[in-house]
Design a protein around this ligand. Structure first.
Ligand SMILES: Nc1ncnc2c1ncn2[C@@H]1O[C@H](COP(=O)(O)OP(=O)(O)OP(=O)(O)O)[C@@H](O)[C@H]1O
Length: 457
């Protein structure tokens, strides 16, 4: 496959996933050309191969389909180690590849979008930042055309406006499968209109948009300054409204702040209900991450989710991207999740965060290293291996945290003299027992988030 088509594929992919996801997964992929009718992509290891099969196969097939392929086939091949030098793509990311210009698409096919199956009410976490918009969307879903018409949802990028609009669409189609739901971005609406004028197909254009039961229009602020599109949208709006069809609009600002919007459109946008979505607060961010991890069957400790939620504060799309990056980083480097690992994974994209090591972090890492459950280490077992792991955990907690001996003792259900004994025991063995020394040093580096630096070098 030519590099030009490959860059078109990447352009499509990039529009459909987060920037962080793109740089984590797609930047290192190599186009190995077409073999036996299948596009072969080189990926870095078998984990990435599996990940691509599970998460991106459909997206890549869609990308090829959008470029005209009839029955696209994609396969993934693990690259030889020499081509696999980097564990993560270099940062900062390279400039976006600009897809080569193509012939204009036939009207009504290219821009038609389908609802995203993930954007349902069940998958929407309700918090103080979005509960009004959520309640309004539910009310509209239950009584389309009656509760609030139009429903106008505004808020900054990546806060869930599109998700809520699609949720109404899913809800309606579930209850009334015969209904027509149309989701369109303002940009697509404008392009469709331009094509319709050019191809003398205005009747089809009007039929399409005026025959729906639910019209979802994203990013309506882009109507600003487009007089012909505003005129056409005005008539579409009236036709739907008069027939009691539901209209939902999203925007990055309220109608009154959209410049050069005709007064008659602005006043119509204000007929129904205007509701906003704000940035999620910390608890909502943690809940969103938790739901995401559960959906993807990722078993990740709460404190790691909390670290990510502290790091990414305003945009939910970025929040999800950050989780993906942490998962990718820990899998590709084969290290268990920890706050230090997460901070390291995010440090290239977000401002580095100082991570304070917690007792629980140390316990988990020691447990993974000694291959036994954390509860066993904290329990009362006297088996030699368990005692050694317990002593190492106490030794490292003393070294890496500010906790006092009695506090550490309490964490292990013991008194401070036991901890003192553990510390002197480990200190004594260090240097004599090379296996133990190596394990403690590895854990120490891991807790400080330095492990991969050393292994990269
Ligand atoms: N409350 C929520 N619960 C769960 N996921 C959410 C929530 N809000 C947003 N998301 C997720 O965040 C991502 C971005 O949301 P969405 O695309 O709806 O944002 P948007 O406000 O439409 O952004 P834009 O203005 O860029 O189009 C999506 O993956 C969405 O599923």
């Amino acid at each position: 496959m030519s590099q030009e088509i490959w860059s078109d594929v990447l352009g499509y992919v990039r529009k459909n996933i987060t920037e962080v996801e793109y740089h984590t997964w797609f930047a290192p992929v190599k186009n190995l050309g077409v073999q036996d009718g299948s596009l072969v992509l080189g990926v870095r290891n078998s984990f990435a191969q599996e990940w691509f099969r599970k998460n991106y196969l459909k997206l890549l097939e869609d990308a090829l389909r959008s470029l005209g392929a009839q029955d696209p086939q994609v396969s993934f091949q693990v690259l030889p180690a020499a081509q696999d030098a980097l564990l993560l793509p270099s940062d900062p990311p390279p400039p976006p590849s600009v897809p080569a210009p193509r012939a204009p698409a036939p009207i009504f096919t290219e821009n038609r979008k389908v609802l995203n199956p993930k954007y349902t009410f069940e998958n929407f976490v309700v918090g103080p930042n979005n509960n009004l918009a959520h309640a309004a969307a539910l009310a509209v879903a239950e009584s389309p055309g009656k509760a609030y018409n139009p429903l106008f949802i505004y808020g900054d990028v990546g806060l869930g406006k599109t998700h809520l609009m699609h949720a109404v669409g899913h809800y309606m189609l579930e209850r009334f499968p015969g209904k027509r739901v149309e989701y369109v971005s303002t940009e697509s609406f404008t392009n469709d209109l331009i094509n319709a004028i050019r191809d003398d197909k205005m009747t089809q254009f009007r039929n399409r948009y005026r025959s729906v039961d639910l019209l979802l229009v994203d990013d309506i602020q882009f109507l600003a300054g487009k007089e012909r599109t505003q005129e056409e949208f005005f008539h579409t709006f009236n036709a739907l409204y008069e027939n009691h069809k539901q209209i939902i609009l999203s925007s990055d600002r309220p109608p009154k702040d959209i410049q050069t919007l005709e007064g008659r459109l602005r006043s119509r946008f204000e007929w129904g209900l205007i509701t906003d979505i704000q940035s999620p607060e910390y608890e909502t961010r943690v809940a969103i991450l938790k739901m995401n991890a559960e959906h993807n069957r990722i078993d990740i400790p709460q404190e790691v989710l909390e670290l990510i939620a502290r790091q990414v504060t305003s945009n939910i799309r970025e929040l999800e991207g950050a989780l993906m990056r942490v998962v990718a980083f820990s899998s590709l480097n084969n290290v268990p999740f920890s706050r230090a690992v997460a901070a390291k994974a995010l440090s290239n994209v977000f401002a580095p965060q100082e991570v304070k090591v917690e007792m629980m972090d140390v316990l988990r890492q020691v447990a993974a290293q000694f291959n036994m459950p954390p509860d066993v280490i904290r329990g009362s077992g006297r088996v030699r291996e368990v005692v050694q792991a317990r002593q190492v955990a106490q030794y490292l907690i003393r070294e890496l945290t500010d906790h006092s001996l009695p506090e550490i003792g309490q964490f292990f259900g013991r008194d401070h003299s036991t901890v003192m004994h553990a510390i002197s025991k480990v200190s004594e063995q260090m240097g004599k027992d090379s296996e133990l020394t190596a394990a403690v040093e590895l854990l120490r580096r891991r807790m400080k988030g330095q492990e991969d630096e050393d292994s990269d070098a």
